[in-house]
Each structure stands twice: as structure tokens, then as C-alpha cells.
Design a protein around this ligand. Structure first.
Ligand code: PEP
Ligand code: MN
Length: 294
């Protein structure tokens, strides 16, 4: 019996015909769309590791972390200038100043930058300074934002909503694609489940990685930092994600010789750990996962 509003992967050709393998003959027998961000290619043989602070706090903090990210071998810089925080009384990010700091860090290191945009009215501003626009978990179903981001002319990193099914996630990506922008990279960042918050922040849904790869041709990466919320779990979670066929990682890093980060300090790793993760990811260069979804 079919129930109104209940969706499964067989509905994907109707929900997201622009992004579904089944409705795009050139991708039916496999292959991933190459999404290029200033010379860095997602969906190719080589996994892309993105790293950086949770938030852009100061010039010094961001530049120090960006240099560490570069030394560790990661290929893109992350950092939130506009931060989605649980309380409006918490640090909200440094806004436009943060975007300018990211630009400076990018110019010095040569690393392209991805940063979050939360407000449809700020898409133009963020697109002017960033190389890739991030839509965060909390905004995955903010349809006006998705449409605006789809028109901005920049590649998009679309995080999975923490309570979103695969159909909802790919449906959200379709909003971006509907505006003519298919340069979308998907990012699994942990979901809410009965055990979330007990011993780790969310539950990393590794199973969704092969499911994305079977049903869509978009590249998919994993955020082990927000998925676990525990620094010591970030490295094993990164390895597991690569084994499941992730095409990249986005990781939070801090410089522990400086002040404690103002957001997500418990999940930040150091340069040495990042370097090991990059090495492991690179060793998975031509790895084709054997996990297949029925
Ligand atoms: C982030 O990457 O900065 C972030 C806030 O992540 P998420 O949207 O996945 O919570
Ligand atoms: Mn964070």
C-alpha cells in the first residue's frame, strides 16, 4: 500500500530527475560528476580533504590554522563567517570581516575557500568572497535559500539535514539544480538518532554514502567532526567514511597553542592528526567501494 507523503528511493526519478542516475543516461552505468572548485576537483580519483576552523574568529587564528591545513596537505580551507548557533546569545561569527579574513588566508595559502551562507539576502555577498557556498544542516530545506544559492554561479556544498532522509536531501539538491547549477557536492554530517548526544554528538550514517553513489551522480563527502563531536573519533570516522566510498572529507582543526576555539572546541583536531587523515585519504585514490545497495 502506498501512503501519501511516504517516499523511498524508487521515487527519486520523480523527485530529482536532474540529479538521478536513472534519469540521466550518461551516468547510468556509473561515474560521478566532476565538480571543480578553483582547480580542486570533487568526484575524480583523488579524494578532497577540506579543513579549517569551525568559525573564523580572528585574522591571526584563521591564518595560523590555514597554514597548518596547507602543511598537512588538505586541499581546501573551511571556516564559518556566519555561524548557525543554537542560542542567539552565543557568538554568531564575524560576518563580512570573517569573509575578508578567509580571502586573505586563501590568497596566502592558495587554498580555495568554502563558507556557509544562511540568509538568502547575503548570498551575493558570500558568493563574492567564497569559492564554494555551504548550505548547513539546519538550512537544508530552506527552499528560498537553495534557489538563491542555485543562481549564485558558485559550486555548492549541501550538508544533509540532521533529520533528513535521502529523498529529502536529494530533493533539496534538486532545488539548487533547478536554477541551472549542477555543481553540487553532498555532505553527510551525522543524523539525530536515539543515541545521539549520549556518547557522541550525532550518529554518522555511513550507509548513506553508497546509497547516494548508487542513486545520484553527485560527489558525496563526509564531515566526521560534526558527526561525532569528539576529537578522538574524527580520525577513525574519516577512515570508515573512506572505506564506504566517501569522495572527500571536511574536518575542523584548531591551533591549540592559541586561545580555545569559541565554537566546537571538543571536536577540533590538530595538524598532525589531519596530516595522517590526508595521507590515508590519498592512499584510497583509486579505491572503488564494494558496498552496493540492493
Ligand atoms: C559547519 O560545518 O560549520 C556546520 C555548522 O555544520 P552543520 O551545518 O553540519 O551543523
Ligand atoms: Mn563547527
Amino acid at each position: 500500500m502506498k501512503i501519501a507523503g511516504q517516499l523511498n528511493v524508487y521515487d527519486l526519478p520523480r523527485i530529482c530527475p536532474l540529479l538521478c542516475r536513472e534519469t540521466n543516461p550518461e551516468y547510468q552505468s556509473g561515474g560521478t560528476r566532476a565538480v571543480k572548485v578553483r582547480g580542486v576537483e570533487f568526484g575524480g580519483d583523488r579524494p578532497v580533504v577540506i579543513a579549517g576552523p569551525c568559525a573564523v574568529e580572528t585574522h591571526e587564528q584563521t591564518l595560523t590554522v590555514a597554514r597548518a591545513v596547507k602543511r598537512a596537505g588538505a586541499r581546501m580551507l573551511r571556516g564559518g563567517a556566519y555561524k548557525p548557533r543554537t542560542s542567539p546569545h552565543d557568538f554568531q561569527g564575524t560576518g563580512l570581516e570573517g569573509l575578508l579574513i578567509l580571502r586573505i588566508a586563501s590568497e596566502e595559502t592558495g587554498l580555495p575557500v568554502v563558507t556557509e551562507v544562511m540568509d538568502p539576502r547575503r548570498v551575493e555577498e558570500v558568493a563574492e568572497h567564497a569559492d564554494m557556498l555551504q548550505v548547513g544542516s539546519r538550512n537544508m530545506q530552506n527552499y528560498p535559500l537553495l534557489l538563491e544559492v542555485g543562481r549564485a554561479g558558485k559550486p555548492v556544498l549541501l550538508k544533509r539535514g540532521m533529520g533528513a532522509s535521502l529523498c529529502e536531501w536529494l530533493g533539496a539538491a534538486e532545488y539548487i539544480a533547478s536554477q541551472g547549477n549542477l555543481d553540487i557536492v553532498l555532505c553527510e554530517r551525522g543524523i539525530k538518532a536515539f543515541a545521539s548526544g549520549e556518547y557522541s554528538r550525532y550518529v554518522l550514517d555511513l550507509n548513506v554514502i553508497p546509497a547516494v553513489r548508487e542513486n545520484s551522480f553527485l560527489p558525496v563527502i563526509v564531515d566526521p567532526s560534526h558527526a561525532t563531536g569528539v576529537a578522538s573519533m574524527v580520525e577513525p570516522a574519516s577512515r570508515a567514511a573512506m572505506e564506504f566510498g566517501a569522495q572527500g572529507l571536511i574536518i575542523e582543526v584548531a591551533d591549540f597553542s592559541q586561545d580555545r576555539p569559541r565554537c566546537d572546541a571538543l571536536q577540533a583536531i590538530d595538524e598532525e592528526t589531519l596530516a595522517r587523515i590526508v595521507q590515508f585519504a590519498d592512499s584510497r585514490r583509486h579505491y572503488a567501494p564494494s558496498v552496493q545497495v540492493a
